[in-house]
Design a protein around this ligand. Structure first.
Ligand code: CMC
Length: 475
């Protein structure tokens, strides 16, 4: 049985114990997915047999397993739901993020993203995601101290990273290094212990900036500096990125850049059942340790349809080059020859609220770094797209990746680093879902079904008697 207890201090304190207990039993908010309010029955008539079924409705959903009773004859397996890409399947009940895609609303643990981005630090938000509630000042100080104390990596991690070629893609290096951390912490396999899970969450959130900074330094050929424990989480990240290089910045600018990065990490921190978080849950459902889980999640994030889109947006803007090339680019998009990267979302059918906040951050960063001229091209692309029937009909709006890369580039990051920065922020969300899954009484190994469309039983032929049928079909 999983343990319960205080997340802020595994030994526990009266304040946190009671808060945790309340959070664990509180009813989901009314009227939102997860609030089991709409009891009723779904009546189904199977036209093949004339049989009638009543499926219980809860939270505007029916349990897919209820479909199994629908069969033409008793020997049949029973009906499946078919949902490639999981466009209409809830895989879990979660209390972490709420999105209303039609209205453009995003909340973490009930708090609007705008409020968190404006008022919190990233570590405060990571605490919220992992613990279920915002920290008190005392809790935050303790959490920040613990994070800094765990920010170092074993010296062998540096040697491991040295093995990559100078031009290895930073995401490949990040994914491999996080997976390698699993071998440094064999205790991470003890996933049934709540206090042990907390230790791994602490290690991962604490070490991500160090690994991410070393990934960057490796790509530039710089030595790996130690974390500076006297700095804040994000200031220390900047210190590890640029210390001893020509990229120096004065105290005031450092504060502004650290605040902007912190806000970017908050915006990236969590987004419910996206591709990488679902991957984290999938891997964790097999009871794998969280280091390999995070490595798998980061691998999913690497894809250009997901977190890799921020890199793809910059490549796209470079390719378009100037406003005069926009009409031809748009023609190709509308002809289905390519996609407008950084646009569209499975859930948002309105402006992504994170994209709005990014526009504000862009202005603040440009005051320090100078304007990234690509912002003008991006703004024009956005304006043209939002007035175009193709995008209006499909309800395609800029997503978080449309502007983030432009900001990262102005800060001096090479485009290959953009998805690494996304992963750094998202690790809190991945781990919050890991924790939620581990204490979910409905947890089972994720194992979807399929609809088999291959051949029936075939006659086996020894190798010398086979005709080259398969190869002939491919070529
Ligand atoms: N440019 C042009 N057309 C698009 C785009 C786009 N960016 N996105 C969707 N469409 C069209 C698509 O062709 C389809 O048209 P039709 O109905 O005529 O076939 C329709 O809109 C629905 O698209 P879909 O591919 O069925 O939608 P999806 O929910 O499966 O995919 C998406 C969502 C984000 C993968 C997709 O919008 C996309 O490829 N966007 C570009 C990549 C991107 O920016 N990804 C970052 C997502 S947000 C951050 C994150 O998750 O990491």
């Amino acid at each position: 049985m999983p343990e319960t207890g205080c997340l802020a201090a595994p030994a526990g304190c009266a304040d946190c114990q009671s808060r945790f207990a309340i959070l664990g039993t509180v009813a989901p908010p009314q009227g939102v997915p997860g609030g089991a309010l709409d009891e009723g029955k779904l009546s189904i008539t199977d036209s093949r047999t004339g049989s009638e079924y009543e499926l219980p409705i809860s939270s505007a959903s029916v349990r897919a397993i209820e479909l199994r009773q629908i069969r033409q004859d008793p020997g049949e397996f029973g009906m499946l739901s078919y949902d490639p890409g999981f466009t209409n399947t809830a895989a879990c009940t979660s209390r972490i993020a709420y999105i209303d895609g039609a209205k453009g609303i995003l909340r973490y643990r009930g708090y609007p993203i705008e409020k968190l981005a404006e008022n919190c630090t990233y570590t405060e938000v990571a605490y919220l995601l992992l613990n279920g509630e915002l920290p008190t000042r005392h809790e935050l100080e303790a959490w920040d101290t613990e994070l800094m104390e765990h920010s170092r990596v074993h010296e062998n991690v540096k040697k491991f990273m040295d093995g990559f070629l100078y031009d290895a893609h930073p995401m490949g290096v990040l994914v491999s290094t996080v997976a390698a951390l699993s071998t440094f912490y064999p205790d991470a396999k003890q996933i049934d212990s709540r206090s042990n899970r907390y230790r791994q969450q602490l290690r991962l959130v604490a070490k991500m900036p160090t690994v991410a900074a070393y990934v960057y330094r490796k790509s530039q050929g710089y030595a790996y500096p130690d974390p500076d424990l006297g700095l804040s989480y994000t200031e220390n990240f900047i210190h590890m990125l640029w210390s001893g290089t020509r990229r120096q910045t004065n105290e005031r600018n450092l504060k502004v850049l650290a605040r902007a990065l912190d806000t970017l990490f908050i915006l990236h921190a969590e987004h419910e059942q996206n591709c990488s978080t679902s991957t984290m849950r999938q891997v964790a459902s097999a009871d794998a340790d969280p280091f390999v889980g995070v490595a798998a999640a980061a691998s999913a994030l690497y894809g250009p349809l997901h977190g890799g889109a921020n890199e793809a947006v910059l490549a796209m803007l470079d390719e378009i080059g100037s406003a005069s090339a926009i009409p031809e680019f748009m023609r190709q998009v509308k002809a289905g020859e390519r996609r407008l990267m950084g646009f569209g979302h499975r859930v948002y059918k309105n402006y992504d609220p994170r994209a709005r906040i990014l526009q504000r951050i862009a202005a603040e960063v440009f005051e320090i770094t100078g304007k990234n001229p690509k912002i003008d091209l991006a703004t024009q692309l956005e304006r043209i797209a939002l007035e175009d029937d193709y995008f209006v009909k499909r309800r395609l709006y800029p997503n978080v990746d449309f502007y983030s890369g432009i900001i990262y580039q102005a800060m001096g990051f090479p485009i290959e680093m953009f998805t690494v920065l996304f992963a750094l922020g998202r690790v809190a969300g991945w781990l919050a879902h890991w924790e939620e899954l581990m204490s979910d009484p409905e947890k089972r190994i994720a194992r979807p079904r399929q609809i088999y469309a291959g051949p029936g039983e075939q006659q086996f032929l020894p190798i010398d008697e086979r005709l080259s049928k398969a190869r002939a079909e491919v070529t």
